[in-house]
Design a binder for this molecule. Sequence first.
Ligand code: FAD
Length: 503
Amino acid sequence: MAEPTRGESEVDIALIGGGPVGALLAYVLARRNFEIDVYERRTDLRTTDGGGGRSINLALSIRGLTALKLAGLEEEVLKISIPMRGRMIHSPDGQLVFQQYGKDDSEYINSISRGTLNQLLLNKAEETGKVHFHFKSKVTDLDAKRNSLRILDEAKKTESEILADIVIGCDGAASAVRTRLGKDNYITSTEAALDYGYKELTLPAGANGAYQIEKNALHIWPRGTFMLIALPNLDGSFTCTLFLPFKGQNGLDSLTTKEAVLNFFKAHFADALDLIPDLARAFFDNPTGHMSTIKCDPWNVEGRVLLLGDAAHAIVPFFGQGMNCGFEDVTVLEHCMTDHTNRGGALYVDRRTHSGNSIHKRQKEGSSGWEMVFEDFVQRRKINTDAIADLAVENFVEMRDKVGNPHFQLEKAVEKIIQTKFPELYMSRYRLVTFTNVPYAFARQAGEICDDILKTLCKDIKAADQVDLIQAEKLIKSKLSPLLSQQPELAHGAGGNTAVLKK
Ligand code: FAD
């Protein structure tokens, strides 16, 4: 393809993917006065044909809220979300047990429709007048040497080439940008697929939009090697996700007929079966989702290309952190830009000449600062996204292999007691990840200490109420407190749903 001349086919920042992370980042960059062109392969979600389909919802917690607060959007987003103050556990015999998430009512997570959140972010970005969306525009290739992108216009079925000063890949787990960078040896990446899949189902609202099960909870039907969860929607319905192995007993491969699906639900989720009409049809109509952990390194090519969100670090959903983590990327990138300019650095896009080696040359000589910002960003971020990726897999393994283990149950029951007794002192891994902004790697380190404490406390007891609270306090103060005290955010008792940025 001949190299295009300067004009329409040149852009400052090409951002690939208008999902939640891409749309938020576009907005944040626009507030810094940059011009951004977003290429999104799907139809515009805000139009009737783009807004249809199933309603998928996500748990939004403090890290996501912190990013939204930084962008000035937290309050608007909270208005379209539903607080979930704890887990509602549904046992096989239909009994319900509510487990509060945090130390008190201030610690909760929020159920939000992915589509509605995405629409809000697209609107905000567009209103700046600096973000130009190109829908039905699929990036099919990238030449990172020239920062040229090949774009397929899905409506017209034509291809064109765009030259961009900066390319940002926010194109999700199956990122075309990451794939091309890997093929051209700029980065290496690994993908570890789970042997589990998922199906989404809808539990509709009752009469007059009433919630048929508790509204302010994340519902879980834990069944050892498989589980069903449900998150509330604003219209009174719940989006349910059934996670189960692809193969084997209670695996997807055994659910091949309508009868098999209904019998499976009758045996394991009888109370949900009564509330989901047309269950078998939905089960077969809806696609089976796959889950993987994707790690790659580095995420940047000099100051020209950057990966962010799932494109850089897709994780399995068992900590409810994927989008929160992608939003935290935006927070950290914003901090890196601020730190760079506070140090007197410049940050601008220069309409460079895109021929031959001139990009390389200009970048190396240039003072636009993106290379430093991107390197700083990856340096701060990679260790933490690796940590949450591993924590999410550990949570999955815990769910799959350990929930039925009596000793594990004892440790969890003891943890609940000491968390209630020492709410300001004892911070579980879950609370640190979900209700604080401390780095994920720090949460992981603290979680290992929590495990040690629980192991010691449970060594010689048979029931949780036998736990020695004096020993517990001593252990927490000697082992956990010294670490927690290193984080200013935790100094006066951590967390709460309201994002407080102390970085
Ligand atoms: P995506 O949401 O994947 O968006 C990428 C965008 O790029 C899409 O719009 C796509 O159309 C576009 N695109 C892709 N390829 C191209 C291309 N070649 N050209 C142009 N455009 C392209 N996270 C949470 O925080 N909380 C939860 O409770 C939670 N629950 C989850 C449950 C499940 C079952 C799953 C699978 C995930 C869950 N997640 C959760 C994770 C969350 O969905 C993702 O982390 C989040 O959507 C990532 O956002 P993103 O913008 O980086 O990528």
